[in-house]
Design a protein around this ligand. Structure first.
Ligand SMILES: [Zn+2]
Length: 382
């Protein structure tokens, strides 16, 4: 059923639960959960699974061998005429174990600091509190909160899980941080290409002419690769890492480069792929091997997403707030769901700054309004 709850009702319900939100956020931030550490991410999953059960949710733990388990938490009626809403988040962070010693949980000037507090442990808890508010106001509908374990390394194991669940849902709300205050309606697609050149080593003084430099060949290739950038299309190519050679007096036998690619349009994926695969060496004694590709399709600004955003903006207006939309070059798991054609709105999480940086924090004063907005969206989206 739909609800007659006003934004004022949602705000009150969420405000009442604020002490619980704060206590749990501290607890979750203090369970460090770097993507590559299965045991650590699993500890965070166990903590959140317990809270979900206390909230009446059912827990399905997609067990993993190498990386952390993926949590599928289901709330509300199993059967309903209303579509299921998918709230999408991740429990892993970019911060290694031991970061808390240098970057402890702390509160100062209305900000909360700590590793992963913005990206996205506060988002996970906002989702839980919004679900609790929906329950408290009797606006039950089927909701899935999917918390993956390895978003920060490209969601290699959770992608198939996300892509299986998303098409069974009528809308996806992604708990990534806001862009300043805005929700995100578009994200670029992300790719990585690895170039490996082998040449022929020789002594740079004694036997220069029999050498074929892999470093020199890579330098030529990267000139070509950099030329793939097309800013008018939102297509950027960045050779971010190069490694090669052994000594300055040796003609280099090997060189490696890692190249980041961003695309704004899904149709550019094939073009980028063609350009990389058609790269050729100039020095025929060198060989080139290319691996990688586009691994997150872009989230384009589609009508379904715009409709979700307009609905959110309406609720914000009711609260006296102005809500903007934004696009970003960064990818999220929302890229996968949007590419499947499921209306997806991203940036539903915290307001703050310093994701992946030492000053990572959230601004506490925005938590209640954004959680109330999220609750209203869960209760009311088609
Ligand atoms: Zn994130």
């Amino acid at each position: 059923m739909t609800t007659n709850a006003t934004m004022n009702d949602w705000t009150l319900a969420v405000s009442d639960a604020q002490p619980r939100f704060l206590q749990r956020l501290k607890e979750l931030v203090e369970v460090e959960s770097p993507s590559h550490d299965k045991a650590a991410v699993d500890r965070a999953a166990t903590l959140v699974a317990g809270w979900a059960e206390a909230l009446g949710g059912t827990v399905k733990r997609h067990k993993q061998k190498r990386l952390g388990d993926v949590l599928e938490l289901r709330f509300g009626p199993a059967r309903s005429r209303r579509g299921r809403v998918l709230l999408l988040g991740h429990l892993d962070t970019v911060w290694p174990l031991g970061t808390l010693a240098k970057m402890p949980w702390r509160e100062a000037d209305g900000k909360l600091f700590g590793p992963g507090v913005l990206d996205m442990k506060s988002g996970v808890l906002m989702a839980m509190e919004a679900i609790a508010a929906v329950h408290a106001l009797g606006a039950e509908r089927p909701v899935t909160l999917l918390l993956v374990s390895e978003e920060e390394i490209g969601s290699p194991i959770s992608r198939p899980i996300i892509e299986k669940i998303a098409p069974t849902c009528s809308a996806v709300l992604v708990m990534e941080p806001a862009q300043e205050l805005a929700y995100k309606t578009a994200r670029k697609g992300v790719g990585q290409y690895n170039l490996h050149v082998t040449g022929v080593a020789s002594h740079a003084g004694v036997d220069f002419q029999s050498g074929h430099s892999a470093v020199l060949e890579m330098a030529r290739l990267l000139q070509t690769v950099a030329g793939f950038t097309d800013l008018s299309k939102g297509l950027t190519v960045n050779p971010g890492v190069v490694r090669g050679g052994t000594q300055s007096n040796v003609v280099a036998a090997e060189c490696f480069a890692s190249v980041d690619v961003r695309i704004a349009k899904a149709s550019d994926a094939a073009r980028v792929e063609r350009m990389f695969r058609s790269l050729k060496v100039t020095d025929k004694a060198c060989t080139l091997t290319i691996t990688g590709g586009i691994n997150r399709p872009p989230m384009e600004r589609k009508p379904g997403t715009v409709k979700l955003f307009k609905q959110a903006r309406g609720f914000a207006k009711e609260m006296g707030l102005v809500l903007d939309e934004a696009s970003t070059g960064g990818g999220s798991d929302g890229n996968f769901t949007a590419a499947l054609g499921v209306p997806t709105l991203d940036g539903m999480g915290s307001v703050g700054a310093g994701a992946h940086a030492a000053h990572e924090h959230i601004v506490l004063s925005h938590v209640i309004e954004r959680t109330a907005l999220l609750a209203a969206m869960i209760a009311n989206v088609d």
